[in-house]
Design a protein around this ligand. Sequence first.
Ligand code: AMP
Ligand code: ZN
Length: 139
Amino acid sequence: MRDDNCIFCKIANGEIPTMSLYEDDQFNVIFDAGPATSGHALILPKDHYKNICEIDDEVLGNAYKLAKKMTPVLMDVFEADGLNVLQNNNEAAGQTVFHFHIHLIPRKAGDKAMVAWVPGEQDKEKLEKALEEIRKRMA
Ligand code: AMP
Ligand code: ZN
């Protein structure tokens, strides 16, 4: 379940030494090397999964439970007013390391650390068609 060419596999499993905020049998939590804000951390599963489509359900559930547990701790320690929990899937969505990970990004009021999107408009007809397909596939 490890990929020899994956840097996050190596970091999560201690082959590349790094500052670890938390470790258990499934995860290692590290600081991001190119942080959006002070305290920006990454939850890394020790096993290799490319993205949310490929990750084991139990590991995914535990990853988000860990995100919940770490959020108030990071907010307190980094004196943050908020925290973004986010996760990118595939290059088009901004994923640059193809080993599933969750970003924990402490935020201060007004920090402008992340670019907000300009709200657009939905195509109602397209959504109605999509709804039908989505409900069928989710049933
Ligand atoms: P993503 O764009 O969602 O794939 O996020 C990858 C993140 O990993 C980026 O925020 C990088 O700054 C971070 N990163 C890349 N290499 C390392 C590394 N060796 N140690 C810590 N963080 C890293
Ligand atoms: Zn990996």
